[in-house]
Design a protein around this ligand. Structure first.
Ligand SMILES: [Zn+2]
Length: 291
């Protein structure tokens, strides 16, 4: 339980009682438990507000991710799987270019995506796939950091990805400027931003924080090689007000946060983004289990 997900080194105490760090590769673990599909938690999450708060940023990032994918795909590679498609922000855009399928474990969220006609299967990856289903592209867009057994999810991706396919991961970067600010504030005793970065008390909190090199190493061990590592904006002026209004309880607090963040955005944009995007290709045949 306390071994590093990437390199198996024993994890050390982190910033608080549920947080640990790897002294060897800098991987971070949050011992937070997903509670997807529990009604009490759903009642505390305003899904409509969350949808509106993140829509603008997610739609613009979806276009950026699709452009990145196109650079690494050949003509005819059409089958795309969006793992943890949520409300379908990415899926909706991807479906214009691909034969796309989404998987979403949260019943309420999956139902809302199905209601607007998106091709979504409700359940967990890879359980809802047939053993022989193959894809040219598998995408984990803000998803891998929520999956406790990330290694198993990557190995399942290897099994369901065509040998010439592309795996796209978009994960929070522990070297990102907002995460580093949140860590600094945590050390000063201001715990809110750090808890927010890990999505404590959300139905599906973050359980991993990677950076480019340890993520690439985890993927190498799972049968992938890196094609490209880059980033997309984690925060933008588009939709900023809706996002702050959703996160901030009071109107006055939201106005102050919006003004401060609007002023700081041009400065913060010069530092490393919190959204790490890595594209991988399968590197070798999967070892067959010994009978
Ligand atoms: Zn490690």
């Amino acid at each position: 339980m306390n071994a590093c997900t990437v390199c198996s080194t024993t994890l050390q105490a982190g910033a608080c009682d549920w947080h640990q760090r790897c002294p060897a590769c800098a991987y971070e673990r949050g011992h937070l438990t997903p509670v997807i599909n529990q009604q009490a938690v759903h009642d505390t999450v305003d899904e409509v507000g969350r949808d509106q708060a993140l829509r603008e940023l997610r739609l613009s990032n979806a276009n950026a991710l699709l452009s990145l994918l196109q650079r690494h795909l050949r003509a005819g590679q059409q089958r795309l799987l969006d793992v943890g498609c949520s409300h379908g922000w990415f899926l909706q855009t991807a479906a214009r270019h691909f034969q796309a399928l989404g998987i979403e474990p949260d019943h309420v969220v999956a139902a809302s995506a199905l209601a607007i006609g998106l091709p979504v299967r409700e359940g967990y990856f890879p359980d809802v796939l047939a053993a022989d289903e193959r894809f040219d592209v598998i995408v984990f867009n803000d998803v891998l950091e929520h999956i406790p057994d990330a290694r198993a999810a990557l190995q399942a991706s290897r099994a369901h990805l065509d040998p010439g396919g592309v795996l796209l991961l978009n994960v929070p970067d522990r070297q990102g400027v907002y995460y580093r600010l949140a860590c600094g504030l945590q050390r000063l005793g201001l715990r809110g931003p750090f808890r927010r970065m890990w999505q404590v008390d959300f139905p599906s909190p973050h359980v991993h924080y990677f950076q480019a090199d340890n993520l690439t190493e985890l993927l190498r061990q799972s049968g992938f090689e890196l094609l490209q590592a880059t980033s997309v904006p984690a925060v933008s002026r588009n939709g900023l007000w809706q996002r702050i209004r959703y996160a901030q309880g009071s109107l006055a607090g939201a106005v102050v946060s919006y003004l401060l963040l609007s002023l700081a955005l041009p400065v913060l944009a010069r530092f490393q983004s919190d959204s790490l995007v890595c594209l991988f290709s399968p590197s070798r045949p999967i070892a067959q289990p010994v009978a």
